[in-house]
Write a protein that binds this ligand. Sequence first.
Ligand code: SF4
Length: 242
Amino acid sequence: MDPEQLRQYLSFYQDLGFTSLYRRERKEAAPQELEEQAAMPILPVVPPLAPEGETLEQIRADIGDCRRCRLHEARHSIVFGSGNEQAKVVFVGEGPGADEDAQGLPFVGRAGQLLTQMIEGTAKREGIPLLRRDVYICNVVKCRPPENRTPEPDEMEICGQFLFRQLVAIHPKAICALGATAARALLGRKEGVTRLRGNWYKWRDIPLMVTYHPSYLLRPYNQDAKREAWEDLKKVLHFVYD
Ligand code: SF4
């Protein structure tokens, strides 16, 4: 790693809120090993991205007035997430839309209203006492992509670190990925939702279900998808609350 790469590396982690790094000590070694070691680059050891015991408040403070990716240019608000910090289930969408950008809250537009209906309606029908405020809802990227385009891979990678830290801080019993972008960010899989939905996967040690994004379900010709999304949600709620 050359000095410029190292400088960029360190400033990236500094932006994420880390203030100290350490280097591995080299062990006593035979002369030949010493020569080999001298030829090897010394890599910094970075701390884990989610320091133990980190709270959502600390993660939000780390984000600050973030300009780490180009999505900051057109945003009005950083949409961090909302809901219960000790939620048993976290819903992850793609990114804020116009309403969310204006209000600074996730899923408050038409798709958000549908998500609320889905969560509360399914829970009620299944006899589970659950309201939207009992779950946690957030997105892969925290700033609205222009014209609601899909976030670029580098934007997802940079902002996704905050999502991962949120998930580690909450440590829910299950995650529900809404749409292909959330599935890609959390599972690294590029298949469409139709192929992935309805099955359990894992993000680290947490069971994860993929289903359709509510904005896809708002299209009038997607009645079958709506039924499938309700089935997926039923599975998630029973897994978490039974
Ligand atoms: S999308 Fe995320 S990384 Fe990019 S500017 Fe917004 S908060 Fe920062």
